[in-house]
Write a protein that binds this ligand. Sequence first.
Ligand code: PHE
Length: 346
Amino acid sequence: MNIEESLNEAVIKAEEVVKNIDTIAALNQEKANFLGKKGIIAEVMKNMKDLSIEERKQIGMMSNTAKVKIEEIFTNKAKEIEEAIINKKLQNESIDVTLPSFKRNVGSIHPLMKTIEDLENLYIGLGYNVAEGPEVETDEYCFEKLNLPKGHPARDMQDTFYIDVENLLRSQTSPVQVRTMLKENGKPIKIICPGKVYRRDADDATHSHQFMQCEGLVLGSDITLGDLKGALLEMAKMMFGEEQKIRLRPSFFPFTEPSVEVDVSCFKCGGKGCPMCKNSGWIEVLGAGMVNNNVLRMCGYNPDEIQGYAFGIGVERITMLKYHIDDIRNFYTSDIRFLRQFKEVK
Ligand code: PHE
């Protein structure tokens, strides 16, 4: 085979070879086999040494033409491979604009948080501040400074989860009142303290080992039970409607004296009597009273100069009454069907 034939053959071979290649890496490797230092063309050209100058010129031109052709074959193939890669990508990433879009699920406010927000708005409007405190409390702040010394029988109702002898999960938000009194050190106070509390209760439709309270504390030079009644009547109206009435009944709490249980008129029957209010026309919603002198003294206040009231609203209780929820566990089991119902609640 002469040189010219060999060159032509190399071009044909290059055309053949690239047909089966589908990656750029393999293509480059194969290209070197043709056009590299030790490639087919270089080998063919080795035989030039025996030729005359005239022939060399001719063969030189032929080899250049062959090189250009082979170069072109590889360049074209490279383009083809790149195009195929892009097409495949386009195909894989294509978007069907006729598909329905994904709907973003927007959550809704939890009914307990809604009640807390409502209470905060109401009481902030009446000049109260919102105070917070830790859920892990000391026995001293949760009980002793609230006139519940160790061994006091009223502690039974507030048995809770103990971290150790002195530290516990607070059974009421009243320790926030203690903390505020100790901080304010004799100065007037007007706060509400919403938050989670815990008790060693077996969970059922009306009991939960974790629940929420929103307590209030107002101390000043001439605060009376009448002021307390006004503050609670506003709450009852806000929660249950303008026509609401409230009634105070004598009760007992170690931290207040006198103590009262507060009822709202039954919003289902309007006070006539129905199963909801057990035919009494009234529904009990919270405990309250005038802060016990012992508590005032233990927290740095002089009862002869300053006194006031405290109340403790059960957040679950009033939320259940307002929205006719019949099981407290609904608040804590995160059932989306339950929670979704509060989307429209304003
Ligand atoms: N902390 C009391 C309870 O959990 C409620 C309460 C607060 C009663 C303030 C009176 C005054 O039972």
